[in-house]
Design a protein around this ligand. Structure first.
Ligand SMILES: [Zn+2]
Length: 1077
């Protein structure tokens, strides 16, 4: 080495420069080389003060960052409550404005016209337009967005030129679009408090400045050396090397004389270029900007957040050829594509260069727990197809860094969508247990595995600081197994993204002894290295449960209800439309309309919307989207039914009115229905069954109707219910003759809990809420029989809950129905209370079973270990069950997700009342239904899974002309009760083909035959993106199509239909046996 590692210069006391007059440029008198004493603390603090933004800026280096300033030549503005396009904005009348003015209220937009004139004396200098405000700004130049400016995101400069030339324009007009909200909305008093509707946003700077790049570079050098000195610690000699170098740089540097800077920079470069040994950890830094698709701001603002953040990334990419940026959520790309086509074109260029990297493969970063299996598939289907269409590639990693837990079915769904890699970090938020890995294989309930990486720094918004690099290495739980990890840098959540300074920091740390190696990388490069190193990796089996935010399974009940209902609506519309298409060549499958509705539903599954952790404005948007899906869904269903059932629906003169019943589930059903609202019916219940009331059963299969004396059995139970105390819904199981509820306990017991979390109000229900349980016992209206007999019996009562809320319940028991329904209405006016309903059961089991996407899993009912009790509040889909050998009780629901099972008590979480970030959350009227189903045998054999579907997918009675009604007709059936045919839809890429999706629901290995009456010509297995699987062609046999399932396996089939075999009338079918299997 030619130079000493840490050059030691002549000692200078702190007063040397600040003191008396100095003879600049005169040769200093020769001094003896003598090392100075260095006190660690004073040396550290000296460097700190030299770069401080607060202290000594009159004489320190920081004070020299900017040179001359020049105000805007003119500034004018106009304000609007709407978010309008540029073209419309610039046509408005602008009135004079000045720095210091404030604008608002919250959510308004202020457009500024800024005339700038750069002084000619600034030739050769770097000139910035500096804009500082507490709102989020976008600079427009020549009708294009050019720079996002957000003080909170450390972006206040739009660089006009790096070196002003005479030929460059010195005068220009810029527009600044200022959103009257901060990076995190406008919470009143705290970030997650409801937005302050009257906040004002002040413009504090709008000027031209000279930017001293050489000062900036020195500041970055010193900041890193200071961090190394402080963070490597006194036990590490590298700490002292960094400190003494920094000290020497201060000695060398004369802030008023830039000619002294290069020598100081050389000192820094010398230490930064001292390299690591071969064994050092490598950090893969990837630019990132987590943008919540809606959270503390509405969806519409997110569109602008994307543009502000991404245009900034594009600017950075132009000056930093190494910068990469991982960007998730197809929806956000789609927003920018349609609202900012110019910017989008630039992004497309950088995508093609492999630098702007689409990741995740999903439509939005959805909640990882609550969406149905099919919704999860559609997140990927819509996302991956978008990325393929727009960028010619699908994503190879699933990207969900900020979601509140991850379903154990996700690994299989990822694998089915072309993804073998997964990145998140949210489990670092666990309150109780530290997750034991950062890099591991995650194995789902079906055995599918994906390579999973949690960036060990536990964040997706790093700033490229020394501290974060050291934490990444130190924290890594898989030391010795892998030596590479991810580091996502850039402001996030509210947008923002990377900054130049972050990049400049990391450039200096690329390979510096004492710090991990830092390279700007890509997710693909990281995962490729991890795959090579994967032989030593451990495997985590089952769900990635987040031990926090467990209130999000319940908060904003209307959103949860909208989600469940709209999942059902789109399922039904697809089934009916696909069958209509199969049977009529003239039917137009509503491809684009269904895509539009699915995208609305998928958007609402974003990880702060479906969980209910958003502000009121977002809730209103979400509920509007659900209303849109309900309305459009009803129209589409009507069209499909019209086409499917043809003139059966047209009442003919002289024919008696009848009812056609449509069943969109794949098994035969016999249920009591109400024909209220249909012409000619008074609302008395009817029994719908293939042999009774005329029913078009689209998909009958294995599930046998109960024996005919069933209804009598149940009505004797009903009378039992009636003579008990109102809360003691005591019932027994036919042919089993045993009680379900222990002596002295009441089922259907409501309980109210205090619900005051530590901070995250809408998100969290804490362990201690369990200590505040109060049974609800105040009766407003005693139990009274509303329907005494026949096919349906029901009784109702009302309760007072808390101080001012009320609950009315109708308990309904139908002939042939193995479960008791609780139709519930609540007027909810509580604050920080949690309402649950409990079912203490005469069942002993150490595990309860919960439905998840395309399957189920078990969780303990005891609190043995910290991992067990941390799951005091969990999620489930349509049912949960507590069973012992030969007997059990299931709880079904039509729109709830929060649940728990402790010892022998099953609880369903009904309503919460958080006040942040939406002060009105859940206030008002609620209607929901749950049901209790005692059963003999296992829940699988008892049909709990099918009953939960039945509760969620009611039969559709439609008026028909009785003379024309055919016998029951069915399109599909499955030979095994373990297999559920979940989805029937048109294939995305071939309108003449159908996709059907089935899954094994019992957790068993089974062969099932899929039979269909549709004219299927060819059947091929395909993946979840509907790409045919190699060798997946299935023979069409006499018994149907043979399908092999392992536990919880999801299979998708492409069915190509014979077009010449279409027909338009149901009754023709019976006469054309050749069309059947
Ligand atoms: Zn987020």
């Amino acid at each position: 080495e030619g130079r000493p590692a840490v050059p030691q210069g002549p000692a200078q006391g702190p007063g040397a420069r600040g003191g008396g007059p100095r003879m600049r440029r005169a040769a200093p008198p020769p001094q003896p080389k003598m090392a100075a004493l260095k006190h660690r603390r004073t040396a550290l603090e000296r460097v700190e003060k030299f770069i401080s933004e607060v202290y000594f800026t009159d004489c320190n280096l920081r004070g020299r960052l900017f040179g001359d300033r020049c105000p805007a030549a003119s500034l004018s503005c106009f304000q609007t409550p709407r978010r309008i396009p540029y073209d419309e904005a610039v046509r408005q009348e602008f009135t004079p404005a000045k720095v210091g003015d404030s604008f608002g209220p919250t959510w308004e937009t202020c457009w500024f016209k800024v005339e700038l004139s750069i002084p000619p004396t600034w030739a050769g200098r770097e000139v910035h337009f500096v804009w500082e405000s507490d709102g989020e700004g976008m600079v427009w130049r020549d009708a294009q967005p050019v720079q996002g400016l957000t003080k909170e995101g450390e972006k206040t400069s739009y660089i006009l030129t790096s070196s002003l030339k005479e030929t460059e324009p010195h005068s220009m007009t810029l527009y600044v679009e200022l959103a009257c909200n901060g990076l995190f909305g406008a919470g009143k008093g705290s970030m997650i408090a409801p937005p302050d509707p009257d906040r004002r946003f002040t413009l504090t700077k709008a000027e031209l400045v000279i930017f001293n790049r050489d000062v900036y570079e020195l500041l970055v050098d010193l900041e890193i050396l200071l961090d190394m000195a402080q963070l490597l610690g006194e036990e590490n000699q590298r700490s002292f090397q960094a400190l003494y170098t920094a000290n020497q740089m201060v000695n060398v540097c004369d802030v008023s004389d830039p000619s002294t800077f290069p020598a100081a920079r050389d000192l820094a470069a010398a230490i930064f270029s001292q390299r690591n040994g071969e064994s050092q950890h490598t950090i893969h830094a990837v630019g990132h900007c987590h943008i919540d698709s809606a959270w503390l701001w509405p969806y519409e603002e997110t569109i602008r957040k994307c543009a502000r953040s991404w245009v900034t990334v594009v600017r950075l990419m132009e000056c930093n050829p190494e910068l990469t940026f991982a960007c998730s959520q197809a929806q956000q790309f789609e927003w920018v594509r349609s609202w900012y086509p110019g910017l989008y074109a630039q992004i497309q260029d950088f995508v093609a260069k492999g630098r702007f990297i689409p990741v995740g493969g999903t439509w939005v970063e959805m909640d990882g727990n609550l969406p149905s299996g099919e919704s999860m598939v559609r997140q990927f289907l819509q996302g991956q197809r978008f990325f393929q269409e727009q960028f010619g590639q699908i994503c190879s990693e699933f990207w969900l860094p900020d979601t509140f837990g991850y379903s154990a079915q996700l690994p299989q769904l990822m694998r089915g969508c072309g993804i073998r890699r997964f990145l998140t970090q949210k489990l670092s938020w666990n309150l109780v247990n530290t997750f034991p890995h950062h890099t591991f294989f995650w194995e789902g309930i079906d055995g599918s595995r994906v390579l999973t990486h949690f960036p060990p720094g536990n964040s997706y918004e790093m700033h490229g600081r020394v501290e974060e690099m050291l934490k990444t290495v130190k924290n890594n739980k898989d030391k010795g197994r892998v030596n590479h990890s991810a580091f996502l840098f850039g402001f996030g959540d509210g947008g923002g993204g990377p900054t130049q300074k972050m990049l400049d920091r990391m450039k200096r740390m690329s390979d510096t002894d004492g710090l991990p190696r830092v390279q700007i990388s890509t997710p693909d490069r990281l995962f490729s290295v991890l795959e090579k190193e994967s032989s030593q990796l451990c495997t985590w089996v089952g769900e990635l449960f987040l031990e926090l935010h467990n209130g999000t399974y319940t908060t904003q009940a209307q959103i949860k209800k909208g989600n469940r209902e709209c999942e059902r609506i789109l399922h039904d519309v697809e089934v009916l439309s696909a069958l209509a298409l199969a049977r009529s060549s003239t039917f137009q499958y509503p491809t684009s309309e269904l895509q539009r509705l699915w995208r609305l539903l998928l958007l609402n599954q974003f990880h702060d919307v479906l969980p209910g952790s958003c502000i009121q404005l977002v809730v209103e948007d979400a509920l509007r989207y659900y209303a849109e899906i309900r309305g459009a869904g009803a129209r589409l269903q009507e069209e499909a039914v019209q086409s499917l059932c043809g003139d059966l629906l047209q009442p003919r003169v002289g024919s008696t009115e009848s009812t056609l019943v449509l069943n969109t589930l794949p098994w035969e059903r016999t249920e009591v229905i109400s024909r209220t609202g249909l012409p000619g019916f008074d609302g008395a219940p009817d029994l719908a069954s293939p042999g009774g009331l005329r029913e078009v059963c689209l998909s009958p299969s294995y599930w046998k109707p109960r024996s005919s004396n069933r209804s009598r059995v149940f009505f004797s139970l009903y009378s039992l219910l009636h003579c008990q105390f109102f809360l003691r819904c005591c019932f027994s199981v036919p042919l089993c003759s045993r009680e379900s509820v222990p002596e002295g306990c009441y089922a259907n017991q409501f309980a109210l809990f205090d619900d005051v979390p530590l901070y995250w109000d809408a998100w969290d229900v804490m362990d201690y809420h369990l200590e505040t349980r109060k049974p609800v016992t105040t009766l407003l209206k005693p139990l009274e029989i509303s329907l005494a007999g026949g096919l349906r019996g029901s009784a109702s009562f009302s309760l007072q809950i808390g101080k001012s809320s009320t609950l009315t319940q109708e308990i309904i028991l139908d002939a042939t129905c193995p479960y008791l329904r609780f139709l519930t209405q609540v007027e909810w006016k509580e604050a920080h209370k949690f309402l649950k309903v409990e079912f203490p059961l005469l069942v002993r089991s150490t595990n309860a079973t919960y439905e998840i996407q395309f399957g189920h899993l078990q969780r303990p009912t005891h609190w043995n270990t910290s991992w067990d009790w941390a799951r005091f509040e969990v999620w489930a889909h349509k049912w949960l069950d507590l069973s012992e050998h030969g007997f059990g009780v299931a709880l079904l629901n039509d729109c709830k997700y929060g649940a728990s099972a402790h010892r022998n008590v099953l609880s369903l979480s009904l309503l919460r009342a958080p006040k942040s970030p939406d002060a009105t959350a859940d206030m008002g009227h609620h209607q929901f239904t749950y049901a209790v189903m005692p059963h003999r045998g296992s829940f699988q054999d008892a049909g709990v899974i099918q009953c939960a579907y039945n509760l969620n997918f009611p039969l559709h009675p439609v008026p028909a002309s009785s003379a024309q009604c055919p016998e029951a007709w069915s399109s599909f059936s499955v030979s095994s009760p373990a297999v559920v045919l979940e989805t029937v839809k048109q294939a995305e890429d071939s309108p003449g083909a159908m996709v059907v999706r089935l899954y094994e629901a019992h957790g068993s290995t089974v062969v099932a035959w899929l039979r269909t009456s549709l004219p299927v010509q060819e059947a091929t297995l395909c993946d979840l993106l509907e790409r045919p699987v190699a060798g997946g062609c299935l023979p069409l046999e006499q018994r149907g199509i043979r399908l092999s399932f392992t536990p919880f396996r999801v299979l998708s089939l492409l069915l190509v239909l014979r077009r010449d075999a279409t027909f338009s009338h149901l009754d023709n079918l019976e006469e054309r046996p050749e069309l059947k299997w």
